[in-house]
Design a protein around this ligand. Structure first.
Ligand code: SF4
Length: 770
């Protein structure tokens, strides 16, 4: 059983007992691969790309891929203080004992976490200092310019890593046993892979050609601690054809590719069965561009009552009026529109082809169908920006306020990212960015708009790292020495350390933020994204003159990808089978409303379940969510209450403190009409629950009807000076009984190895655990 110090917050993060985690026999010959996410559990466990690689690597019979996340500050100190190496979650194997360790980097400020994880794992930081131990791989969106931090990796995969991972693991299998440097050299020969030790003149970004037939995870491990997003992710498309000139994702993931309706339905069915989530996120850079989006949403609505849909970003003008009702009904988390700039002139320059009037014209309908909260994104700091381009935000928001639609406005500084047409542009100075933020604050003073500003300083550091070169490598080592880690978390971010390093080195930060000449080579030029440099420069010139370029859906702008995307799109959409039920939006919305109207009375069931071993670290609410997900994955739907934020109708016994085990926790649910719980349900639930959570029985009725007299069994190997509590001694452990409040304090005293809550009727002379 795992023993985690009592002062560690959210200990379940480190338990590794999630449903759907993959366990294998580490038999001789199995390739051991640790897939690391350089942020904490709750963030990594929400990331689709992470589970794509986890599932794909584990689909190979002789590879065991395990997870590892950055520890939170308290666990970090515990590991350092006690010389405990960082380990994988599944088998608790130190990272330094693995064959390969891979990091997926999607955010520049997480580089220090990678260094810190290597240090905690007792692995030398620089590739040139490693002559034994695992091969360190790097991948993810940030690898389109890995120059500043490449020397911390042995190998870097550029582009969509799933296209390379199987190849790397297969080649590694044949090379195993050879000298480490020879293995690295051989692997670095693969297309799209390079090593800082064996440089290449040109590295081609890897792209999955046929998204529809590529791997998609359907049974990702389910978090046992509330993660950032608790939902099943379905990647409906990849890439974006809109050509926004500032957007790295738009250029770095070209071309646009869709999954067909048939494939998406299949993924949803298998995913809902495998996870039981109550929300599905339809991942896409611009979900409204998917031509089967409405059919997908209708399918979810019809087949999975009570399940909501999250749409990460919608392009204005892509949702038809007849679709507003059904989307508003099923998407509960609000809607996000990336406006990018309040000024139409600026939107022309950045190639954001949207017609704001379309959205404004739809506002009464949005309101009618429950779209009461909208999130709008804008950027500030484009080189051509004038005061009126910013202050116009005041007028733009007026119609929303008139319709009583709440607006959350998110304001971020523009960062000129590599591989985009704006890669040569300067970044606005911190002072001017702050002035512009003040301007927005003034313009919106007294208005019913919530505004969130991205800090200018943070954006500047992000810009420096993303536009950086090899001179920055020592900066990360300096930051590590000074204790920088978890920098994506505001409380841990220390920008003054970056300033200190630049001053010590005599390098001006501005060098990385200033305008770049189109004639000069850039540090990331050796990465071939597939988009011609001449296309990027012509797009930059069109921005200067305010000329727009059409999207890939209406015609090819010949960017160099040679993908003929419009034809592919057509084929993909035609390839989808029609829905089993012919859907006509307007009729369907009312029909579905009637179908889904909940009956006045449901059936109440109460389950008795236990929590043992490592599961004692799972919190009360997380345990409840795990049980509800298990029920949903078995097709047991629970009645809800509340119109706009429906909540399941459930009741629970009192919260069990973290660290305490129990044999007698209660969960009452009210099922929807026609849904029955039977004996086999208990068996099936135990099959999908994490190790340590076990359902014992259920009754038809409320939890008030269950026995609720309980005591606590206190287990220790030492005697305790309290004869009143004493129950028995089994030759190894003393058992005491305690009844009353304050069990949390008793646990934190640290006298007892285990405390187990047990029904009074079961306590005397019986085993109390399973
Ligand atoms: S080749 Fe044409 S269709 Fe393909 S990504 Fe480039 S501009 Fe778009």
């Amino acid at each position: 059983m795992l023993t985690i110090p009592k002062d560690i917050m959210k200990p379940a993060r480190y338990s590794g007992i999630e449903p759907n985690r993959i366990m294998k026999d580490p038999a001789r010959g199995t390739i051991r691969f640790a897939l690391c996410y350089p942020d904490i559990y709750e963030v990594g466990m929400s990331y689709y790309g992470y589970f794509l690689l986890y599932g794909l690597a584990n689909s190979l019979p002789d590879v065991w891929c395990e997870r590892c996340f950055a520890p939170w500050l308290d666990m970090d100190s515990h590991l350092q203080r006690n010389g405990i190496p960082l380990m994988t979650l599944e088998s608790r194997t130190p990272l330094h004992a693995m064959d390969l360790v891979g990091f997926s980097l999607s955010y520049e400020l997480n580089v220090t976490n990678i260094l810190n994880m290597l240090r905690l794992a007792h692995i030398p930081l620089r590739s040139e200092d490693r002559d034994s131990g695992p091969i360190i791989l790097g991948g993810g969106p940030s690898m389109l310019n890995a120059t500043p931090f490449e020397r911390f990796f042995d190998l870097i995969v550029v582009g969509e890593a799933e296209s390379k991972l199987v190849e790397i693991l297969s080649l590694y299998r044949t090379l195993r046993g050879a000298h480490r440097a020879d293995i690295v050299r051989e692997l670095a020969q693969l297309d799209g892979v390079y090593s800082p030790l064996f440089r290449k003149d040109r590295v081609r970004r890897q792209v999955i050609e046929d998204l529809d037939s590529s791997y998609h995870p359907v049974t990702p491990p389910i978090p046992v601690v509330g993660s950032i997003h608790n939902r099943f992710n379905v990647e409906i498309s990849r890439g974006c054809g809109n050509g926004c000139r500032f957007c790295l994702a738009g250029y770095g993931y070209r071309p646009y590719r869709e999954r067909s309706l048939e494939t998406i339905r299949n993924i949803i069915d298998r995913g809902m069965e495998g996870t039981g989530y109550e929300e599905i996120s339809l991942l896409s850079l611009s979900s409204g561009d998917h031509r089967a989006l409405f059919d997908v949403i209708s399918y979810i609505k019809e087949k999975y009552s009570g399940v909501s849909v999250a749409l990460p970003s919608l392009k204005i003008g892509t949702i038809r009026e007849d679709e507003i009702g059904i989307i508003g009904d099923i998407a509960r988390t609000g809607f996000t529109f990336a406006l990018e700039s309040a000024s139409s002139g600026m939107r022309c320059r950045i190639n954001k082809n949207i017609d704001l009037d379309v959205l404004l014209g739809q506002l009464p309908l949005l309101k009618k169908y429950g779209w009461r909260k909208l999130k709008l994104y804008v950027m500030i700091g484009f080189p051509w920006e004038r005061e009126e381009d910013i202050s116009i935000i005041r007028e733009i928001l007026l119609p929303f306020e008139k319709e009583h639609i709440d607006i959350n406005l998110s304001v971020s500084p523009f960062i000129p990212k590599p591989h985009t047409p704006f890669q040569w542009l300067p970044m606005e100075s911190e002072d001017i960015l702050n002035e512009k933020i003040l301007m927005i604050k003034k313009a919106l003073k007294g208005r019913r708009v919530k505004v969130r500003y991205r800090d200018a300083k943070t954006s500047m550091i992000e810009a420096i790292v993303s536009r950086g070169d090899e001179r920055l490598a020592p900066m990360f080592e300096f930051l590590l020495k000074k204790g920088s880690k978890l920098e994506a978390w505001r409380e841990s971010f220390r920008p003054e350390l970056y300033t200190e390093w630049f001053e010590k080195q005599g390098i001006a930060m501005g060098e990385y933020l200033s305008e770049k000449s189109v004639e000069k080579a850039l540090p990331w030029d050796f990465i071939d994204t597939g988009v011609d440099k001449s296309f990027l420069t012509s797009e930059l010139h069109r921005a200067e003159t305010g000329d727009q370029t059409g999207d890939c859906y209406s015609g090819c702008a010949m960017c160099g990808m040679e993908c003929k995307a419009p034809l592919q799109l057509k084929d993909s959409a035609l390839g989808a089978e029609p829905l089993a039920v012919e859907l006509k939006p307007k009729v369907l919305f009312s029909e579905l409303q009637a179908q889904n109207a909940e009956p006045a009375v449901g059936i109440k069931y109460t389950f008795r379940y236990g929590k043992f071993g490592d599961a004692r670290y799972i919190g009360h609410l997380d345990t409840m969510n795990i049980l509800l997900r298990a029920l949903r994955s078995l097709g047991i739907t629970i009645r809800t209450h509340g119109k706009y934020h429906p909540m399941p109708k459930i009741s629970l016994s009192d919260a069990l403190p973290i660290g305490i085990e129990s044999t007698c926790e209660l969960l009452e649910i009210e099922t929807t009409m026609g849904v029955l719980v039977h004996k086999k349900t208990v068996e099936e639930m135990n099959r999908v629950l994490p190790r340590g959570i076990k359902v014992f029985e259920f009754i038809k009725g409320s939890l008030q009807n269950m026995v609720k007299d309980y005591s606590y069994l206190l287990v220790t190997e030492k005697t305790v000076e309290n004869e009143m509590w004493k129950l028995r001694y089994n030759g190894k452990q003393y058992f005491y009984v305690w009844k009353g409040k304050g069990v949390k304090e008793l646990w934190s005293r640290g006298e007892f190895e285990r405390i187990i809550k047990t029904e009074d009727r079961r306590i005397h002379g019986r085993r109390t655990d399973n």
